[in-house]
Design a protein around this ligand. Sequence first.
Ligand code: ATP
Ligand code: MN
Length: 484
Amino acid sequence: MSYQSIQHVLKTAKSGTVVTIKGWVRTKRESKNAVFIALNDGSTINTIQAVAEAGQLPDETLKLITTGACLAITGTIVESQGAGQAIELKLDTVHVYGPADPEKYPLQPKRHSLEFLREIAHLRPRTNTFSAILRVRHALAFAVHSYFNDNGFFYLNTPIITASDAEGAGEMFRVTTLDATKPPLSDDGKVDYTQDFFGRETNLTVSGQLEGELGAMALGKIYTFGPTFRAENSNTTRHLAEFWMIEPEMAFFELEDNMNLAEDFVKTVIRYALQHCADDLAFLDNRLKEEEKNKKKEEQSELGLLDKLQFVISNEFERLTYTEAVKILVNSKPAKKGQFQYEVSWGVDLQSEHERYLVEKHFKKPVILTNYPRDIKAFYMKQDEESDAAPGRTVRAMDVLFPGIGEIIGGSQREDDYEKLTARMQEVGIDPEALWWYLDTRRFGSAPHAGFGLGFERLVLFVTGMGNIRDVIPFPRAPKTAEF
Ligand code: ATP
Ligand code: MN
């Protein structure tokens, strides 16, 4: 049986044409004269209402048409009599693919809490909110690929299983085929990983950057877009154990070029979502407004979702150094009144409360912070010349901070000097031997280069206006959470 998507029917609808649509019942309503069935197939947030005359459908069929049931409906497009939709279907035939026992089907046509929906993540894509989020997520992913393709980047697939534990040691998930109850031991009593599948200790990747740099030093401009794993036991609304990261890496880019790219990239993909997901974003905008009404006046945000997205794409991000930001924070009202949970002074890693103060209260727009103290950043970041402007040594790092999110992008110009890089590795206790292949790029044809990592879910969080990162990925992985 051929059929059309609801999105297509709504876009091309002509009164009098006969169409077949297939989808899941959102609501069924019976009046004295007619039965109204609202059907949604996921192609759009909108439903099509099919209308059958009273008595047209046999009782045993009617009984099966309840919220959640899957149907095919064939009917004639007519101008709608009721409010809320332009067209409807005058039902001709209906086929029930699969009923959904109303006593047992957990999704009823009412507002369910996000917490409850997380417990039924296998069904939540059938709600308006989650189908909208998933369509926006798709559009953003598509926009990411087209942005890089349009700008001369090559999509590089870096490994998911890695042997390098240089980054994020202790936060990695081990990959092994050894028997967990009786692993082979070497003489010193430690697990003998030479007998493991890869003949060495391996983990799930925390970042594709190191391999990404190898690609950039051959192809010029590359990006990765793949799953990333972090075993950090932080139960926050911004961290997942499995998330998708986008990591462009560019030969010949310095810090300033890196910032320009990050800003243009984020704005372009947000603009794409605004253009291609208008219905879904309007729905999410509305949803947020309803939520805001339940908040205290002083906690309500000044801008709605659509206004906020427009604001971000039409204003320049504020750029300043870490050192300048710390000055602002030290002199801020919350610091003086002791309202920050964590104290701030030059050299500390900024906490989310500090980042959000800068973005939401001080500048009231996205901020790019640069030139962080080298002791709180990774070994591979390019070292700044010593400067009077900062109390200690800094590196050419950049973090992009967004309202409601905090850090959305972390990146840097990379250290391209072999001597400086190996010296720094030794200082922080990383054996240069273990990363000999990474260091080879600095030995053979080294050049300035830079890159960054954008957590895809943090971007989706921002664009959809949702509050918890577990609600913007279909099946979240977090501490004690891996059901679906
Ligand atoms: P944070 O300080 O927020 O924990 P990070 O500094 O550890 O982040 P990076 O190593 O710089 O993060 O990773 C680059 C980007 O990946 C971050 O800017 C963020 O957008 C995203 N990201 C990092 N960790 C997570 C996570 N656990 N879940 C989702 N996204 C993440
Ligand atoms: Mn970071």
